[in-house]
Design a protein around this ligand. Structure first.
Ligand SMILES: Cc1cc2nc3c(=O)[nH]c(=O)nc-3n(C[C@H](O)[C@H](O)[C@H](O)COP(=O)(O)OP(=O)(O)OC[C@H]3O[C@@H](n4cnc5c(N)ncnc54)[C@H](O)[C@@H]3O)c2cc1C
Length: 249
């Protein structure tokens, strides 16, 4: 089947943290483009002649609401082709071509299975969309533990949203790991914890989970995912079918 390409117009952007921006696009279609929380789109950007130079995928960071407005959360990579385009070239009103939605990194159909979400940096994007949906639809998960790795307090993406979901999603726990923060904040809420170090320390030390009955969902860049998958399989003896990953590169 021939690929269907859509068009979207940049309607706004905002710095979320140094080197990471949120971008809002309006999809230029009469009918809303339906997608599932956790899916991604692939853009064909004016950044070269070859497909490898032009095509870049981004997770949709907001839940589908019928408005045809999508949010992306993009980290700038020095000399990256798409990074230069999104951060230094594109202007409000400019149009981009994309295909999708695609992807199977989704909220599981059985929300009663305990879920551990592990993300670093912009890997939070698909989880943000999923949590938005869980909250909006009033889903009642049995247990969701989000472990989010970030360098410092200043680079903590979607802090407000994640702390909000902590109040409005049942059985939702948030652990934030700061790898380069000198002053680790103290949380006043028992279901939010702040740590010094990496995401791996938190799930490896979580005595409350049953690793053979928990769904592990991991999103971010390759090395973090490789380490997490190896730890889960070798140390926690998690069955492979309970590990789902979305790898950014
Ligand atoms: C399913 C999926 C979802 C994704 N979702 C997101 C998301 O939500 N947010 C997000 O920020 N990213 C996401 N990504 C990653 C995104 O697609 C891009 O890979 C990322 O934005 C970098 O693209 P770029 O064109 O800026 O960098 P590239 O041009 O691809 O370069 C990447 C890095 O390699 C370096 N590099 C490039 N060429 C060379 C070379 N010849 N020699 C040495 N170094 C080189 C660059 O300097 C840069 O640091 C996702 C990826 C996938 C597959």
């Amino acid at each position: 089947m021939a690929t269907v390409w859509h068009e979207a117009e940049l309607i706004g952007q905002k710095e979320e943290a140094k080197g990471t921006n949120r971008f809002w696009f309006r999809i230029l279609e009469d009918t809303p483009l339906v997608y599932e929380a956790g899916q991604f789109l692939t853009f064909d950007l004016p950044t070269g002649d070859k497909r490898a130079q032009r095509w870049r995928s981004y997770s949709i960071a907001n839940n589908y609401d019928g408005s045809n407005i999508i949010e992306l959360c993009i980290a700038y990579k020095k000399n990256g082709l798409a990074s230069e385009y999104f951060f230094n070239t594109i202007n409000k009103g400019d149009k981009v071509k994309f295909k999708g939605p695609e992807g199977t990194f989704l909220i599981p159909s059985d929300i009663q299975v305990p879920i551990m979400m592990i993300a670093t940096g912009t890997g939070i994007a698909p989880f943000r969309a999923m949590l938005q949906k869980i909250e909006k639809d009033g889903m009642r998960p049995s247990n969701i533990h989000l472990i989010f790795g970030t360098r410092t307090l200043k680079s903590f993406l979607y802090q407000e949203d994640l702390e909000y979901y902590n109040h409005f999603i049942e059985n939702f726990k948030l652990s934030v790991c700061f790898s380069r923060e000198k002053k680790i904040p103290k949380s006043k809420i028992s279901s939010i914890t702040y740590h010094s170090g990496y995401v791996h320390d938190v799930y490896l030390q979580d005595k409350k989970i049953n690793p053979s009955k928990t769904l592990f969902m991991i999103c971010g860049y390759g090395s973090m995912i490789d380490d997490a998958v190896s730890n889960l399989i070798n140390q926690l003896k998690v069955p492979k079918n309970l590990i789902r990953i979305e790898m950014f590169g």
